[in-house]
Every structure is written in structure tokens, then in C-alpha cells.
Design a protein around this ligand. Sequence first.
Ligand SMILES: [Zn+2]
Length: 274
Amino acid sequence: MSPDIFATLREILRVQKLSKNHGGYHGETIDIRTVLREVETAAQQHGWTSDIFYVAGEFKLFALHYQPLSPSTTNRAPRIYISTGIHGDEPAGPLAALRLLQENNWPEGAEIWLLPCLNPVGFILNKRENADGIDLNRDYRNPQTPEVCAHIAWLKRQPQFDLCLCLHEDWESHGFYLYEQNPDKKPSRAEKIIARVAAVCPIDWSENIEGREAKGGIIRPNLDPQTRPQWAEAFYLIVNKARLGYTLEAPSDFPLQTRVNTLVAGVNAALFIC
Ligand SMILES: [Zn+2]
């Protein structure tokens, strides 16, 4: 085949927006009960423990914990926190958590906490908020919802983390982007995450995303959380639990499998520094 044909094929195979989302997410949904059963199975197979910290009806919120059998004796094992599924209309997050568990590829010696779904009822309802219509990801400053109160109580029982990753989706975005919170100016992983994700998903190159200045798909919010009336989970984490955090945003107007690949690639890029 001529190079022209290869170019045409590449163009046809390029990931395309679906243009399904108008006024909200209208794409594929998941059966969260099945996904969470598979999550628990994969976690058990690979030696994770499960800590249930909130139960409401048939649903529970739980954290998975992996402690390496032989932690490094020279360096303290890095402590990594990953959470997702706080918005019930963002199905790629719990699916990415499942894939990460099934692939079981983690940095050597790392201790990991993985919260695969912080709002299971939201997935049943296919909506962003919890059953009472409250956006849990705005409730971390003066928590009112039982879910966030329970999550914060659990967080207070954990050690400090070295790195926090929150996995999300954005139905309005033109491609992948991320927020970096890095108050101590540690070596940034943002550019590396963007480069890795660019191989599987378009990047949102807009200079303004969600009303914030962005560059190369990266938003570095230059604001003091104390000035904000409402806190997302990521704000609570950066104030109380870690000094380096990334919120990864997959574009939910692309096929679900692409978004799962995107979040998994982003997490792997953040975890494996090379
Ligand atoms: Zn979200």
C-alpha cells in the first residue's frame, strides 16, 4: 500500500468525538454492581485488602489497600492514593480502577490505596450527584453528606500520601486535560502524563478550560484553598493528606473504551517516573 493509503487509514481510525453530549452526559453507562463485583474479585486475586467505611442500603463505600510483602529497606515505600467514581455520570473512572487492578502493574514497593467508586448510587441514577442531588465533590470543606463525612473520617485514619490521583471525566471537553496541585514545586509529572495520554486520546489544547487558564492540557490552579467556599476532594487532599496531586479529566464525548484507556495511561504515567 502507498504511504497515502496509510495516512488515510490513520485518519479513519483516529479517535473521533461522538457529539452525544448536549447539556450533560448522554453516552454509555455501566452496571456498577457488576463492575464493583469484578473490582473486588480482582483485588482479592492480587492480595489487596478491603476496608468498608460506609454502608447505605445495598451499597457500601470501600477502600482497597495494597501493602507490598517486602517493602524496600532503604527507602520508605511511596504511598499512593487513587480515587474515582465520585460523579455517577463518569463511568470511565470505575472501569479504569478495575483495569488497573486486573493489570496489577504497580511501582515496586509502593503502598497503594484505591477507592474505586465514591458514589455508587450516582451510577444507578446515571447522574453526577448522590441520591439527594448533592455534588459530593463540592462537600469536602464543611461536609454535610454522610458519604463525604465517612470518607473524611477514613482519610483521617490513613498516613500521609506522597501522591494523590483523582480520576474524572468532563462531558464538555475537547480532549484530555489535568489539574496539577503542587504547592512545594516538586518535580512535575504533568507533561509526562500529557505525553503518554496523547498516544491514546486527543488532548484539550484550549487556553481556557472550565474558566481556568490552561496550557498544553495542564491547569495549575493558582489559588489558596482557604479562599474557596466549597472544596472538591482534591482540595481536601492537598490541604490535609498530600503535597502533590493530579486530577485527570477524560473527555466523555469520546468512546468509553478510549476514556478508560486514557485514565489508565494517565495513572501509569503518573506512577512510573522515568
Ligand atoms: Zn467528575
